[in-house]
Design a protein around this ligand. Structure first.
Ligand SMILES: Cc1cc2nc3c(=O)[nH]c(=O)nc-3n(C[C@H](O)[C@H](O)[C@H](O)COP(=O)(O)O)c2cc1C
Length: 354
């Protein structure tokens, strides 16, 4: 995955610590929130494989409507643990008092940072005015931020898209308003909400413009960072203080360590061999089953379509791994995953010992 060594060791280091209010993040490479993905099991795996080179992790988005109702699902996703510190818990919604109340509930339950979602483009969130829908109405967006900042004594951060409608980068004026309202960090995904995940040419200018718009808070760039070279280029070209990585980390929880190592030393770390990948996939499944409220079958069904991502680079060329993917997507129990992955783990150890 990481192929190019572009680190310029004579230049000022790119990876400088950032402050989120009183919280110092030594390595500004952070895990993006991803619904259905960045639950406790995956966040733990990222920290096990990348350590503090993943400077900050974030939960999946939580609904302020559900949090503030008597809905029994409200606490279902309170899956963070103290050892994850520093971590952010993300909320979405567009009603300032409800968002404030939801943030308080989360801080009482141990949230170290509250992140406000202004990036979700999916219609069921954005069309109702939540997520990136807030970027159509900067007044309401600012009121939401002000209410949340006032309600809690932990840092509040915001994750935005460039804007809602293509060509209208409302994230830029909003960034300054958010800083004035007390937000301590802004993460910017360069796409507009109306672009969804279209593979358009990247518009990094908006990240640079958000960075120019704020006075002193850190800005993270986000969107399609897959390699060290991508991370380095985004930071150099936009002046952003760090990057947030989502999809490329799935199946590659070591990615943050690899990027940080290359940016610090110029050395490319070797890509993990198959047995480490198989062990990571198995650990992911085991922790997910152990810690999720969903029970074994639902946890396995949620994860099974993603386990092959640990081997993606090899699947096109290795028929054994292609077959493994075929079988993994059909499992319903943890022991089936163990049976499929164990041979890869032990075979590799035997090869190494011989
Ligand atoms: C499956 C999936 C779920 C996501 N869920 C969230 C979410 O809960 N909150 C959020 O702010 N962004 C969410 N995102 C957007 C990511 O945080 C990130 O901004 C986006 O994937 C672009 O970064 P990447 O190219 O590094 O993946 C999600 C993205 C994906 C692919």
């Amino acid at each position: 995955m990481l192929t190019s060594n572009t680190a310029n060791l004579n230049a000022e280091p790119l990876l400088k610590p950032i402050q989120i209010g009183p919280i110092q993040i030594d390595t500004p490479l952070t895990l993006a929130p991803m619904d259905g993905m960045t639950n406790y099991a995956f966040r733990r795996l990222v920290r096990e494989h990348s350590g503090s080179d993943c400077g900050l992790v974030c939960t999946e988005l939580l609904s302020s409507n559900i949090l503030t109702s008597a809905d029994p699902r409200a606490r279902h996703k309170f899956d963070w643990q103290a050892h994850e510190y520093p971590f952010a818990v993300q909320i979405f919604g567009n009603d300032p008092p409800k968002m404030a109340q939801a943030a308080k509930i989360l801080v009482d339950a141990g949230a170290a940072i509250i992140d406000i979602n202004m990036g979700c483009w999916v219609p069921k969130v954005a069309r109702k005015g939540g997520g990136a829908g807030l970027l159509r109405d900067i007044c309401t967006a600012t009121s939401v931020v002000e209410a949340v900042v006032k309600a809690v004594d932990v840092p509040v951060t915001v994750k935005v898209r460039a804007g809602y409608t293509e060509g209208e980068p409302t994230a830029i004026p909003f960034a300054r308003a958010a800083e004035d309202a007390g937000v301590k960090l802004i993460a910017v995904h360069w796409r507009f909400a109306s672009q969804g995940f279209r593979p358009d040419p990247p518009n990094w200018d908006v990240i640079a413009e958000v960075k120019n718009a704020v006075r002193s808070i850190p800005v993270l760039g986000n969107g399609d960072i897959r390699t060290t070279a991508d991370a380095q280029r985004m930071m150099t070209e936009t002046g952003c203080d760090g990057v947030m990585i989502g999809r490329a980390a799935t199946g590659h929880p070591w990615l943050f360590r690899h990027i940080a190592h290359l940016l610090r030393t110029g050395e490319v770390l070797p890509e993990p061999p198959i047995h480490i990948r198989a062990q990571a996939a198995l650990d992911h499944a085991r922790v997910m089953v152990e810690t999720s409220d969903y029970g074994e079958e639902r946890s396995v069904m949620e994860l099974r379509g993603r386990l092959h991502q640990y081997f993606d680079e090899f699947i096109d060329t290795d028929p054994i791994l292609a077959d493994l993917r075929y079988q993994l997507v059909r499992v319903t129990r943890l022991d089936q995953i163990e049976a499929l992955l164990h041979p890869l783990i032990t075979m590799q150890f035997e090869e190494m010992a011989s």
